[in-house]
Write a protein that binds this ligand. Structure first.
Ligand code: MG
Length: 348
């Protein structure tokens, strides 16, 4: 098996702002695993919140070495050898895990959803994310999002109520709120009571991940469901979350890949936690990977590829909010015809 990688700059259609950061672009890394002339692809995006800036990903890619890898065994054998080489970097692990799943599927003529026991016709609707912005821009974004039946709205600002009122001026469609750790308990209690009157379905990560105790008190009193995001990295976090949250947001970039994500789904079901599948700002490679798992969960927030303007890949599509999986073995993703290979001029 051979490894190579390329860097790529993904550009946002709109500046993307959440409670703690703002971006016009992200530099990302595609990794490729090749065996018998067949190549699988995976994607790592930086996650500064979790100590994984782009520089760390690039350093891992530059020094990555699989000369000692025995690729004669099963996909699990491959992952057992590959993932420890990611040096506990979750997004790089995700890229390796994805490329391995894609390559395995292509070599065996098996779409990833088949391997996972997921029915492609059961993909859920995805929400469409409205980042933090001025009231005028939010109004414009909500109008642009007309075809999406569910909005996910970023809060955690001084203008939270004005943002929601503006959206409610434009539409009565279902809204999911993500505060990205931006509230304290008092604010969260008030906001959950108020949001419950605004056709809001649930609130994601209202309080800092360090304050699980307050989140448990909020869960007792809130009329809205509370979903863990920053509190839920991988399966090791799940047992401590059941008392504080109604559900979890699984992001494959956070947990390190498909194998771990699938394990989290099984654990969450055993604990009666609801499950959302979320994403970072990502291309169709990572979004399609998550979409293969999406028939197994309750809610999808897989719109990262819609928010960028230069996605080099084609894969899972979104039409009227409905996620559709591509045909083909592995991930089923293909390079766009207009991009013969990830753009070298986009090198960071
Ligand atoms: Mg979130």
């Amino acid at each position: 098996m051979e490894f190579h990688y390329s860097t790529y700059r993904i550009r946002l259609r709109h500046t993307f702002t959440i409670a703690r950061s703002s971006h016009d672009y992200y530099d990302i890394i595609f990794v490729y695993l090749t065996k018998d002339g067949i190549t699988g692809v995976g994607e790592a995006v930086p996650m500064n919140r979790y100590g994984e800036p782009f520089d760390r990903l690039l350093k891992l890619a530059l020094t990555f070495d699989i000369n000692d890898l025995d690729d004669s065994g099963s996909l699990d054998d491959w992952l057992d050898q590959l993932l420890p080489k990611a040096d506990s970097c979750r997004s790089f692990s995700m890229a390796l895990d994805t490329a391995a799943h894609d390559l395995w599927g292509k070599l065996h003529g098996e779409p990833l959803y088949d391997r996972l026991g997921a029915l492609p016709e059961k993909t859920p609707l995805t929400s469409y994310t409205i980042g933090i912005d001025s009231i005028d821009v939010i109004r414009q974004k909500v109008t642009e999002a007309e075809q999406y039946p569910i909005l996910k709205v970023k809060l955690g600002t001084d203008d939270d109520r004005a943002i929601i009122e503006t959206i409610r001026d434009c539409t009565d469609k279902v809204v999911r709120v993500d505060a990205n750790e931006g509230w304290d308990l008092e604010t969260a209690l008030e906001m959950c009571d108020w949001l419950a009157t605004k056709n809001v379905e649930f609130v994601e990560q209202p309080l800092p991940s360090s304050d699980l105790e307050s989140t448990a008190r909020l869960k007792e009193q809130s009329p809205l469901k509370i979903i863990a995001d920053e509190n839920c990295l991988d399966s090791r976090n799940i047992p401590e979350l059941a008392d504080a949250f109604h559900g979890i947001n699984i992001k494959l970039m956070k947990c390190g890949g498909v194998r771990e994500g699938f394990k989290m789904i099984q654990m969450a079901r055993e604990l009666d936690l609801e499950i959302m599948l979320g994403c970072m700002i990502e291309t169709s490679v990572a979004i399609s990977t998550a979409t293969h798992l999406s028939p197994l969960v309750d809610y999808a927030d897989l719109d990262g590829h819609i928010l960028i303007s230069n996605d080099p890949y084609l894969g899972a599509t979104v039409d009227g909010g409905k996620l559709t999986l591509p045909d083909g073995p592995g991930l089923g993703v293909t390079l766009r015809e207009s991009v013969a290979e990830p753009m070298e001029e986009e090198l960071a």
